[in-house]
Write a protein that binds this ligand. Structure first.
Ligand SMILES: *Cc1c(COP(=O)(O)O)cnc(C)c1O
Length: 480
């Protein structure tokens, strides 16, 4: 390798080197998109193994960029799960798309500051435009409504709850109470903790047999709290729980929020995107009544990490909550139609997230997204009927918004619950150890079950069947 042409003191490469470097990066990404389905989705490495590869002191002197790039492509990148792999079923997969990856590359390459209008009018405009698209898709008021792109669903939920508290409680929130179901995502509890609420200000409402918030129990809790002098102020409903895809009764909760004068936040980080399909739209009826709604484009809208989104009925609620006017920002205020997104959320300096959403929608068209989401919902239903016809499998929670939970429970045998838990846990462990599929368990009503989240439009029924066959072969080994 010829001596590097790094202009060290200005942290620059020569134009030729930048090209050599950049083309290799693009080649690596393209190769990954083209061949990821042929790789194994599970990375399996201990801290010790990783330390052996990477542990070193910060280097004082330069190394040729090629040597470092080689380490990145051969050692760092391969040691991660491939969350866009067709057999990556766990948590919420990340089936991203190439066009959006390039958008992120461009946004980073040009280092667009997406905080204020003056710094980047086009970036702010693209965020406004894409936000309007989303407001319309979710039937939120498009004139008054607003929103902001965040790093993910967790930050969107936090931003929503800060806003809810500001609008509803003012400075004294010592008696304020928040309600959510036992299936609500952990990021909501985290947000509540960040906000400084105490444990006794949160009510975890039990769910019914379909994992939806039990409305009667919610009403009881609110009434009791009022009697005890608390101030109910916010209900967080899940529109697609991460565990089972269940949707809380949105219309009923909206009605309660209306009569009780509570903030209605919907966490649709997982399931909100299903609005783009006919079945999802019906299931999500009532979503348009929320005060604030979290969706997570880096999940089921196929964007690369990081991209979450908060939609809000009235954009003024965001600026009321987040505007601060330090002296050094005086000169860049702009007029009120020219939104400074630093006034609408927590971050000042923000990357240009809207670009990837814009580019991918423009390139593929909304129809492609609709088809991909509809395909996933149908795939989960096909998986369900395949499981039901099998003598080995029991469906625990039916296909709902592309999530399905099931367990190995052959009809010919009768195992104790404890034994079934153990078998299904071990099936998952063996699948992971084989690295053939990313399939882990969850716990539903005390049972250990296997869970598939099938939002990847590149996952086929054949992939699913192969994985189930693999599970069955491991189960047979376990039982001999
Ligand atoms: C994933 C998820 C979140 C958290 O979103 P991140 O993007 O991981 O921060 C919140 N709520 C639900 C329902 C989720 O599925």
């Amino acid at each position: 390798m010829s001596k590097s042409q790094v202009k060290t003191n200005t942290l620059q490469l020569s134009k030729d080197d930048m090209k050599r470097y950049g083309y290799q990066v693009i080649d690596a990404i393209v190769e990954h998109f083209d061949t990821e389905h042929l790789k194994k989705p599970v990375a399996y490495a201990s801290r010790k193994e990783m330390d052996l590869l990477f542990n070193s002191d910060i280097p004082e002197k330069e190394t040729h960029y090629q040597d470092i790039l080689d380490i990145v492509t051969t050692k760092i990148l391969p040691n991660s799960n491939i969350v866009s792999h067709p057999k990556s079923y766990s948590f919420v997969p990340g089936p991203s798309n190439f066009v959006s990856v390039m958008a992120d590359t461009l946004a980073t390459g040009f280092n667009i500051f997406s905080g204020g209008w003056v710094a980047s009018p086009a970036a702010a405009e693209i965020e406004i435009i894409t936000m309007n698209w989303l407001l319309k898709l979710f039937k939120f008021p498009t004139k008054k409504g607003g929103g902001i792109f965040t790093s993910g669903g967790s930050m969107a939920n936090l931003t929503a709850l800060v806003t809810a508290r500001r609008q509803h409680c003012g400075d004294d929130f010592s008696k304020a109470v928040i309600y959510m179901s036992d299936q609500a995502h952990s990021s909501n509890i985290k947000a509540i903790r960040v906000l400084g609420f105490k444990k006794e200000q949160v009510r975890i409402i039990p769910t019914d047999l379909e994992f939806k918030m039990a409305i009667n129990k919610l009403k009881n809790a609110i009434a009791k709290d009022r009697l005890e002098g608390f101030q109910p102020f916010c209900i967080i409903a899940s529109a697609g729980t991460t565990n089972t895809g269940s949707i809380d009764p949105l219309d009923a909760i909206a009605a309660i929020c209306k009569t009780e004068k509570l903030w209605f936040h919907i966490d649709g980080a997982y399931g909100g995107a299903a609005m783009l399909s006919q079945k999802g739209k019906q299931a999500l009826k009532g979503i348009e009544k929320a005060n604030s709604l979290t969706i997570d484009p880096h999940k089921w809208l196929f964007q690369p990490y990081e991209m979450g989104c908060l939609l809000i009925r009235n954009h003024k609620w965001l600026s009321n909550t987040f505007s601060e006017k330090p002296e050094y920002l005086r000169d860049v205020e702009g007029n009120t139609s020219e939104i400074n997104f630093y006034d609408h959320g927590i971050q000042l300096t923000r990357r240009f997230r809207a670009l990837k959403f814009y580019i991918s929608m423009k390139t593929f068209g909304l129809d492609a997204f609709r088809n991909a989401i509809t395909y996933s919902i149908n795939l989960a239903e096909l998986t369900e009927s395949h499981l039901r016809k099998s003598p080995n499998w029991e469906v625990i929670s039916p296909a709902t918004l592309a999530v399905i939970n099931f367990r190995y429970n052959p009809i010919k045998k009768s195992f104790s619950e404890k034994k079934l838990d153990q078998i299904n846990q071990e099936i998952s462990q063996k699948v992971l150890a084989s690295r053939e599929a990313l399939l882990v368990t969850t716990v539903l009503q005390g049972q250990i079950v296997l869970r598939m989240c099938l939002i990847n439009p590149r996952t086929t029924l054949k992939d699913v069947k192969e994985t189930l066959t693999l599970c069955e072969s491991f189960a047979k080994d376990l039982l001999v």
